[in-house]
Design a protein around this ligand. Structure first.
Ligand SMILES: [Zn+2]
Ligand SMILES: [Zn+2]
Ligand SMILES: [Zn+2]
Ligand SMILES: [Zn+2]
Ligand SMILES: [Zn+2]
Ligand SMILES: [Zn+2]
Ligand SMILES: [Zn+2]
Length: 289
């Protein structure tokens, strides 16, 4: 019979001898005779045994050692509280909830401290709202839209620094951004800093004026070409229309009118000019021509 794990004490109904419950159970199941180990009276299961409370109390008071002692648990324990202690002992290794297998096993006692500094714990970036794990934060700042960067026109003189995500918006209004001249459509190919546009327009007023005149001339020419084309198309349409009318009267009658099947009354195919409605009229072929 064991002593170390003498946890639950029961006594036999025959000789009232005390045993560890687990050990007695094993003894009975292994023995072929199914008898009490002490007095050899028949005993086929531990269900006939009862707990021995006084002896159990003594056992419960015996000092016990936490199985986590190698990890640092030095709590003064007794056998009676060992099982409960094991459930709350802080000297057990647990998985990190953030890193899982990638992170180390952590002593429960140090878990809170670890979690705060765990490289796998997601933290909100202070500059944008992205959630980033601590180990990736530095890398993130290299592309974070919240980090302020210099204007791309810094060399041209813009001293603004704007969040990376707002650079595009800034460039749209940046005084130092070079943009096409207001007379671009008229033909000025100059790129001018936004703030110097007025200066440019004044300086090249004569050139811009000439370009505008040229542009107007060109457009007038295009307009007159277009109206000539329109005239020509209208004329062609008229010609086509009269050709169609001439052809129409040449088409021979195709069949009898479904309404009148008298062989002598031949219908003539007729297109009404205004509505293009197709109709049959009954008439004598000789007079219709
Ligand atoms: Zn035992
Ligand atoms: Zn017995
Ligand atoms: Zn412990
Ligand atoms: Zn961790
Ligand atoms: Zn960020
Ligand atoms: Zn700028
Ligand atoms: Zn210009």
């Amino acid at each position: 019979m064991c002593f170390d794990a003498f946890n639950k004490v029961i006594e036999t109904p025959c000789c009232h001898r005390c045993y560890c419950e687990k050990c007695l159970d094993q003894w009975i199941s292994k023995s072929t005779s199914k008898t009490c180990p002490e007095c050899r009276a028949p005993l086929d299961s531990i269900s006939g045994c009862v707990p021995n409370i006084p002896f159990q109390r003594l056992i419960n008071e015996l000092p016990a050692q936490c199985p986590n002692k190698p990890l640092g648990c030095n709590d003064k324990l007794t056998r009676g509280i060992l099982e409960d202690h094991k459930k709350i002992c802080l000297y057990v290794l647990v998985d990190c909830e953030y890193g899982g297998n990638r992170c180390q096993k952590v002593l429960k006692k140090n878990y809170k401290e670890h979690a705060e500094g765990c490289p796998f714990r997601p933290v909100p970036c202070e500059l944008c709202s992205a959630s980033i794990t601590k180990d990736k934060l530095e890398e993130h700042l290299g592309s974070c839209v919240g980090v302020k960067v210099g204007c791309p026109n810094k060399e041209a003189g813009c001293m603004e620094s704007v969040p990376r995500g707002k650079v595009v918006d800034h460039v749209l209004v940046c005084d130092f951004e070079r943009v096409g001249c207001c007379y671009e459509k008229e033909g000025c190919a100059e790129k001018v800093q936004r703030a110097k546009m007025e200066e440019h327009i004044v300086k090249f007023a004569l050139e811009h004026h000439k370009m505008s005149r040229e542009k107007i001339k060109k457009m007038e020419k295009e307009l007159s070409d277009m109206s000539q084309t329109v005239d020509r198309l209208v004329h062609e349409r008229t010609v086509l229309k009269s050709t169609l009318e001439q052809l129409t009267v040449l088409i021979p009658p195709l069949k009898y009118s479904p309404q009148y099947e008298m062989p002598l009354l031949l219908p003539t195919f007729f297109i009404e000019k205004s509505t293009k409605k197709v109709a049959y009229i009954n008439t004598d072929t000789n007079t219709a021509g």
